[in-house]
Design a protein around this ligand. Structure first.
Ligand code: ISL
Ligand code: CA
Length: 552
């Protein structure tokens, strides 16, 4: 087997600090709350934490609008709290991957405050400014968060680019002085001993500076063709690696909306590029032409194909990440599983997929106990700018609130941001104050305390699966061989190395089905399953997941 590489073997636990644990009764999760839970995090059998942004921010977009890259958001705590958190993680042999947002800053960042003052301001070119065209914005690009991606600024009568919210002006990486500023802030955090960087929307940092109109109404197509994969993307990544990352013991994971299986390897290169990317093949499958709030049914056939396509892409070179949810998407058991009659089995099945696939596993806080989607009874309950702006756009198209709300309850980001459910007590043990966001009522039933003991709980199944992944390096480094000739809902794949061969069986359906004859002769030992009893080997029960050892 090739050399052992920590970030390929790592199981990463994603923490959205605002919703993880509140330590000072202000209803907002904070760094001391994470410190309180370090032993719990370690007990999961994970190796690293991906911490969503903790920097000073007006919080227009959940902290992805940074107004000071060198300081901690006061609500989250102090720099001393951060240093204590990093030390606590390292004492437990856990690594820290920080989330850095370098595609855009907050409009309250001093750079932008200066840049907007005048056309000849020394910070003007830290951002993209253009005169309007025919009385409107410079082109027809839509923002991820509804409306135009350009905002007219009265002070100079020009428009500035913001692919996301108006309060998130895009940084101009064409400007070498700006790039030097970004290198400096990366070095500041890396010098503290941070082990990894999750690079927000890294796929969009190189702009097509002629800003051509998009020729498609399909939003995800526009991302792919116009926002991502810009002409200097590879060059900018290579420069950051040579000027910064190569000088520290750090790994990089790029968030790559719009990156394709064909071009991913351009950006993944242990010498000149990123270590790994988040690709979104499966995450946009159920988004129609109108994007997130235009949901369409997804097909299991396509879901399986995404994993095959990306495994083929990284077969020889490059390395992927495996995730089924994060702070930007619905809860995995509600989206891909059955969070009603088969809530427990399907949560365990999805944990099995996450921990048996080829690629670095990322699990989002709460998915290890099967937390489910929340339910907004009105759009006004949403705390997410993408949903609130989405509703504003929907109203312009005359879409009734009921219809929009259905889409938001299915796909909206609020689903992932309800507070972590620690126990069945007040506010789920998240806070002794009034939480910034309503805790899911089902915390009475779904919470960490309720699952710590029961050996068949989702939490303890997750722990058993992380132990299995570590016991069998074939689950990290082995080949990925999906079985094609199976019913759509039956997802089977082998993981094989020169020493081991495992078969993973996942029944993504409410129905009983049969194990294909093809595999019966090779299976030898049932290593783990999500039903208490092994049942009849020839039959696969609803939402049943099994990992078999096979004869070589
Ligand atoms: O939500 C999405 C649109 O469907 C995702 O594509 C997401 O917005 C996109 O992948 C970028 O996400 C990242 O950057 C955003 C921030 O809102 C997200 O939370 C972050 O993960 C802007 O910083
Ligand atoms: Ca707090």
């Amino acid at each position: 087997m090739s050399e052992r590489i920590w970030w390929k073997e790592a199981i990463v636990y994603q923490i959205y600090p605002r919703s993880f644990k509140d330590s000072n009764r202000d209803g907002v999760g904070d760094l001391r709350g994470v410190i309180e839970k370090l032993d719990y995090i370690q007990s999961l059998g994970v190796d690293a934490v991906w911490l969503n942004p903790i920097y000073k921010s007006p919080n227009d977009d959940g902290g992805y609008d940074i107004s000071d890259y060198y300081s901690v958001q006061p609500e989250f705590g102090t720099m001393e709290d951060f240093d204590e958190l990093l030390k606590g993680l390292h004492q437990r042999k856990l690594k820290l991957i920080m989330d850095l947002v370098l595609n855009h800053s907050s409009d309250e960042h001093p750079w932008f405050q200066e840049s907007r003052k005048s056309k000849d301001n020394v910070y003007r070119d830290y951002y993209f400014w253009k005169p309007g065209k025919n009385g409107g914005p410079p082109n027809n690009w839509p923002s991820f968060f509804g409306g135009s991606a350009w905002q007219l600024d009265d002070a100079t009568g020009e428009y500035y680019l913001h692919l996301f919210s108006r309060k998130q002006p895009d940084l101009n990486w064409e400007n070498p002085i700006l790039r030097e500023e970004l290198n400096k802030l990366m070095k500041f955090w890396l010098a503290k001993g941070v082990d990894g960087l999750r690079l927000d929307v890294i796929s969009a940092i190189s702009k097509r500076t002629d800003f051509p109109d998009t020729d498609t109404p399909d939003f995800n197509e526009t991302i792919r063709k116009y926002y991502a994969n810009g002409p200097r993307l590879k060059e900018f990544i290579k420069e950051a690696k040579e000027k910064v990352w190569d000088h520290y013991d750090v790994i990089t994971v790029g968030e790559g909306p719009g990156i394709t299986p064909q071009n991913a390897k351009d950006y993944l290169d242990d010498q000149h590029g990123l270590n790994m990317i988040f690709h979104f093949g499966h995450m946009f499958m159920d988004q129609g032409v109108g994007g997130r709030f235009d949901p369409i049914p997804w097909k299991m056939r396509d879901f399986k194909q995404v994993f095959k396509t990306w495994n083929d892409a990284f077969k020889e070179k490059g390395w992927g990440s495996v995730f089924l949810g994060n702070h930007d998407f619905a809860r995995m058991v509600s989206r891909w599983g059955n969070d009603r009659e088969f809530w427990e089995q399907s949560s365990k099945l999805l944990c099995t997929l996450l921990l048996s696939m080829r690629g670095t596993t990322f699990i989002f806080q709460g998915d290890e106990i099967g937390m489910t989607n929340t339910h907004l009874s009105s759009v006004s309950e949403s705390k997410d700018i993408e949903t609130l702006n989405g509703w504003h756009e929907a109203q312009k198209k005359g879409i009734p609130e009921k219809t929009f709300l259905e889409a938001a309850n299915y796909a909206g980001r609020d689903n992932a941001r309800t507070p972590m459910q620690w126990n069945s007590g007040k506010h789920g043990g998240f806070s002794q104050g009034v939480p910034w966001m309503k805790v899911n009522e089902n915390t009475s039933r779904i919470n960490v305390d309720a699952q710590q003991i029961g050996s068949d709980s989702i939490l303890n199944y997750f722990r058993a699966m992380t132990a299995l992944r570590k016991a069998y390096p074939v689950l990290t480094y082995g080949s990925y061989q999906p079985l094609e000739e199976t019913p759509d809902s039956l997802f089977l794949y082998f993981r094989e190395s020169d020493k081991e061969k495992l078969l993973i069986v996942l029944n993504f359906s409410d129905q009983v089905t049969n194990l294909p004859d093809l595999v019966k002769p090779v299976i030898s030992q049932r290593l783990i399953g999500n039903y208490a009893d092994p049942g009849n080997e020839a039959v696969v029960r609803p939402w049943e997941s099994i990992v078999y050892r096979c004869t070589k």
